[in-house]
Design a protein around this ligand. Sequence first.
Ligand code: 7PJ
Length: 287
Amino acid sequence: MTAPGAHAPAESPTPRETPRRRRTLLMGVVNVTPDSFSDGGRHFDHERALDHARRMLADGADLIDVGGESTRPGAVLVAERTEMKRVLPVVEALAAENVPVSVDTAKPAVMRAAIAAGACLINDVRALQARGALAAVAGSGCGVCLMHMQGRPRTMQADPRYDDAVREVRDFLVARALIAEGAGIARDRIAIDPGFGFGKTVAHNLALLRSLRGLADTGYPVLAGLSRKATIGEITGREVGERMAGSVAAALAAVARGAAIVRVHDVRETVDALAVWLAVEAREPRT
Ligand code: 7PJ
């Protein structure tokens, strides 16, 4: 894959003016959830998810995050078997094409099956707190993203409260990372994520974004996911289908504060925005 902006400018540039290849990784989101005419796990849903993934890869995604259970506010949990039927065929197909695949799951059995199917990253919104989750990842060479969430998806947005959201989220993530290391997951396999929108108000999310550098300074790579979330909607007044520009701005703000990975739906637009921003900055922030 060639980085956008990698073409030589017409005039011979000094090294400082040469657009840089970005180091920030773009994670493209693929949801394998049934459309209204099918029961999930059907061939059609998988083909649709794969088409979507391939389009994001062509647009410049570095890895694909496959999810079979919605964790959006108010979402209802799905059964383990259903989740596996949704995600595993997609993971297998992408892994067979040498695509780096992460799986968005909190269930140890799904983690194990996803790793066997070729996933290289487990993306757990529950930070490996489910019984058996630490062991499921520790026994593999797979990476893990530990995310912070207050409460549970069905109710977490009801009335989220913190004394100090930034400190509490950081302390939780560092504690979970140390527990993961103690369970045998090497430090260089761990990323952390403040979990924007997971039991957080707009004010909490903005405070966490402003202070993302403090998370990056823990030494763990930071993943940031703000794409199309309610906070973008509240700031812009846009419905979920119209949050692309706001999401791109949020991704840039996260990268400027040291995010190593941004989780996005609109890969092509984020790639372009990052390329322009990096060309102007001529130096990527520390991650
Ligand atoms: C996130 C996620 C996030 C990580 C979702 C949505 C909700 N995983 N899975 N971070 N969000 N690591 O995309 O709106 O922010 S699902």
